[in-house]
Design a protein around this ligand. Structure first.
Ligand code: SAM
Length: 192
């Protein structure tokens, strides 16, 4: 039983792209109420359910409270865009590194489509700073955005540091919503 229907979007994406392998370290940004983390715990084996497979790590972060989940570490009441949160992540992740960053983050929608779009894209930009601190070379980033004028700029920034960037619209995502996901794969550290 999933805590939220959003689980089906991640299942659909992961069935196709196999981002979440046993033993992987995953950061789940905007994790409340915890459905994506449930999927991640299961797939990376972070609860150790499959003794024959390597155990992974799942760290979930949200500004809201996230109810506890076996196999996940949660940073409730933490802002993903705040540097102190990055510091805590470095401590929780094995070797301070992650294979995958997931983000289903969304600000509270004001109803003004363009304003909400800009807010969410700005949050996505901060994921690039996070990636620079924790994402392993070759790692992946899956992030939700609302389509609009700045989507292209986000795609361009992602393309500078990932070998492959594609736009996804899962079947489980409402057809009439502006919701999309960027799947960025094969991370290379940015050149300074
Ligand atoms: N993927 C989640 C699941 O399956 O249970 C649902 C995520 S929900 C669509 C979006 C979440 O992003 C909300 O819980 C919200 O509190 C969180 N959020 C928004 N801004 C955030 C921020 N700056 N830092 C952390 N979480 C944030």
């Amino acid at each position: 039983n999933f805590r939220c229907r959003s689980a089906f979007k991640l299942l659909e994406i992961d069935d196709k792209f196999r981002l979440l392998q046993p033993g992987c370290s995953v950061v789940d940004c905007g994790a409340a109420p915890g459905a994506w983390s449930q999927v991640a715990v299961h797939r990376v084996n972070s609860a150790g359910t499959d003794p024959a497979a390597p155990p992974g790590t799942v760290v979930g972060i949200d500004v809201l409270h996230i109810p506890p989940l076996d196999g996940a570490h949660f940073l409730s009441c933490h802002d993903v865009t705040a540097p102190p949160t990055h510091a805590k992540l470095l401590e929780l992740l094995p070797g301070g590194q992650a294979h995958v960053i997931l983000s289903d983050m969304a600000p509270n929608a004001s109803g003004f489509r363009e304003m909400d779009h800009v807010k969410l894209i700005t949050m996505c930009f901060s994921l690039l700073d996070l990636a620079e601190k924790i994402l392993l070379p070759g790692g992946s980033l899956l992030c939700k955005y609302w389509d609009g004028i700045l989507a292209h700029e986000l795609q361009e920034k992602l393309s500078r540091v990932f070998n492959s960037v594609q736009t996804l619209k899962p079947n489980a995502s409402r057809k009439d919503s502006a919701e999309r996901y960027f799947l960025a794969r094969i991370y290379k550290k940015p050149e300074k």
